[in-house]
Design a protein around this ligand. Structure first.
Ligand code: AMP
Length: 213
């Protein structure tokens, strides 16, 4: 299985990509996770992208495209991959087409999770992430048993810099202007698999899995 997840920030792409990985055995490739990890580790890539991430702006196309090109050549991607958060611009979508064509691979679908804007803001502003294991919580919808502490690994929960209210608005604007055309691109070539993103994660997964099989 080779799919891309193209919904807006907060739609549940990461959560659903992990469930798809479990069900279909494909690798989960999240450009956001890779960039945050580079930032945390203080690598040259991390230094280069820090400002973009903190301000909720897109990292330059060539930077993310190189990351994805290398990542999908790794052995664990041989059985398939789920790209989460890439492509986010039309240029990235075209680059992905070229990379995949050179590898004689084709895309099975572009999963588009549909969630109303006010719901996205609610979800993102309450989101908390574990520093230790990356588990996600929500202060209202999915709170940890002890405030600020991960129930799985006892790690510290934190709010991503770009999950603050003003940055969320910027990310949603960037999404509408840059990623909206990507959605239309996949629609026009018949690859778009739209799924209602409201409901429990299992309900949403049921809709997505039915669409990509
Ligand atoms: P995410 O975790 O997918 O919301 O990504 C977090 C941040 O990483 C975004 O706000 C961008 O700054 C950056 N980023 C992730 N994926 C991409 C991409 N495909 N193109 C450009 N920037 C990206």
């Amino acid at each position: 299985m080779r799919v891309v997840m193209v919904g807006p920030p907060g739609a549940g792409k990461g959560t659903q990509a992990k469930l798809l990985r479990e069900r279909f055995g494909a690798a989960h490739v999240s450009t956001g996770d890779i960039l945050r990890e580079a930032q945390r580790a203080g690598t040259p890539l991390g230094m280069e992208v820090r400002r973009y991430l903190d301000e909720g702006r897109l990292v330059p196309d060539d930077v993310v495209t190189n990351i994805v090109g290398e990542r999908i050549a790794a052995p664990d991607c041989r059985a398939g991959y789920i790209l989460d958060g890439f492509p986010r611009t039309l240029v990235q979508a075209q680059s992905l087409d070229q990379i995949m064509a050179a590898r004689s691979e084709h895309l099975d679908g572009a999963v588009f999770i549909v969630v109303p804007q006010e719901e996205l803001v609610r979800r993102l502003s309450g989101r908390r992430v574990c520093r230790g294991c990356g588990a996600m919580y929500h202060v209202i919808f999915d709170p940890p048993a002890f405030p600020g502490v991960c129930g799985r690994c006892n790690g510290e929960l934190y709010q991503r810099e770009d999950d603050r209210e003003e940055t969320i608005r910027r990310r949603l604007e960037v999404y509408a202007s840059e990623t909206g055309p990507v959605v239309e691109h996949y629609r026009s070539v018949g690859l778009l698999r739209e799924a209602d993103g409201l409901g429990t994660r299992e309900e949403v997964f049921g809709r997505i899995a039915a669409g990509v099989q």
